[in-house]
Write a protein that binds this ligand. Structure first.
Ligand SMILES: [Zn+2]
Length: 330
């Protein structure tokens, strides 16, 4: 679905398609445990979280050089543009790369090269958001922020991702305070598999401006009231929720009820190479499975730009919102 939209919840490592994985493996002399792209494609039809994580982290071994990260990001931006994305705020996980000996500068400069050309090549404006792996230690997150200091001109904000349960937001209070002092914007995954209390904690302790996922807020009416009142954006990822079994089937996703409740919802693709669709596909899927009509789809698109970290003085937000208002759904 081509309505103009911003993508606010997208892990660049989750855009690695089988063809590119094999091309990069060949270029870097990495042996993949799959005979060919067809066999790898079948592995993408994983059955549970652990098999997804094994595949996800295993395949990152093909990413080595700045050129690899540039190619990964450029391939995503090309695909996103075809799906109506006009602005993308892209997550990356430096610790997943530094842990296997790839320098943080290689990652950031490589991604940055693709982002620098994105408006010209794809018509997509961009921001980069550095995420910490919450199953790693708070010290590791602080060391990562420190290592990123020479590259802060390329980074708009920080986030928190990976396995949520047992790793509450408060664990990362110090690194969020340090990032705020550096002028970085703050988001965090919360309330995907973790309880609603993690959402409250991310707001109160980490000072986040958006909640990534936030699905489980629906279990706490007082929290919903607060999120509605304060217009806290939620970056929902319905296809991801189905593949990782946060909901049984897309037809039972609470998105329509969340919109009716007045929550500021956006829809996003999370790890699109693995979860069965990019964000235009996601818009199409929620239209089909949940019966969302033109006005709700337009609201989701409008919210995506309102919740973005575009600066007001750029004039881009107004331009994109005007495009959303003028868009004609079939
Ligand atoms: Zn995510």
């Amino acid at each position: 679905m081509h309505v103009p939209k911003a993508e606010l919840h997208l892990h660049i490592e989750g855009t690695l398609e089988p063809d590119l994985a094999f091309a990069l493996a060949a270029r870097n002399g990495v042996e993949l445990p799959y005979a060919d792209t067809e066999e790898l494609r079948r592995a993408y039809l994983f059955e549970d979280l652990q098999s997804f994580l094994d595949l996800y982290y295993g395949l990152m071994a093909v990413l080595h050089t700045e050129a690899d990260f540039e190619e990964l990001a450029d391939a995503y931006l090309a695909r996103a543009a075809q799906q109506g994305v006009r602005h993308a705020e892209i997550f990356f996980d430096p610790q997943a790369h530094t842990a296997r000996g790839v320098g943080i500068g290689t990652v950031i400069e490589g991604l940055g090269r693709a982002l620098d050309r994105s408006v010209e090549r794809h018509g997509v404006s961009t921001r980069l958001i550095m995420c910490f792996l919450r199953d790693e230690s708070a010290e590791s997150a602080l060391a990562t922020l420190d290592a990123a200091k020479p590259y802060l001109h390329r980074i708009t904000g920080i986030g928190l991702d990976s396995a949520e349960v047992g790793h509450p937001p408060v664990k990362f209070r110090e690194v969020y305070e340090a990032a705020a002092a550096l002028g970085l914007r703050r988001v965090a995954h919360a309330g995907e598999e973790g309880p609603p209390e993690y959402i409250t904690e991310a707001l109160d302790v980490l000072g986040v401006e958006r909640i990534d996922h936030g699905l489980r807020c629906v279990e706490d009416p007082v929290l919903v009231e607060r999120l509605v009142r304060d217009r806290v954006p939620l970056t929902l990822c319905p296809l991801s929720n189905v593949r990782l079994r946060a909901v049984d089937v897309l037809e039972s996703h609470p998105l329509p009820a969340m919109l009716s409740a007045g929550l500021m919802c956006t829809v996003n693709s999370d790890d699109p190479a693995y979860f069965g669709g990019y964000v235009g596909d996601t818009f199409h899927a929620v239209h089909e499975a949940l019966g969302l009509g033109p006005e709700q789809l337009r609201e989701l698109a409008r919210n995506s730009f309102l919740a973005s970290f575009l600066e007001d003085d750029e004039g881009l937000r107004e331009r994109y919102l005007a495009e959303v208002a003028a868009y004609e759904f079939d």
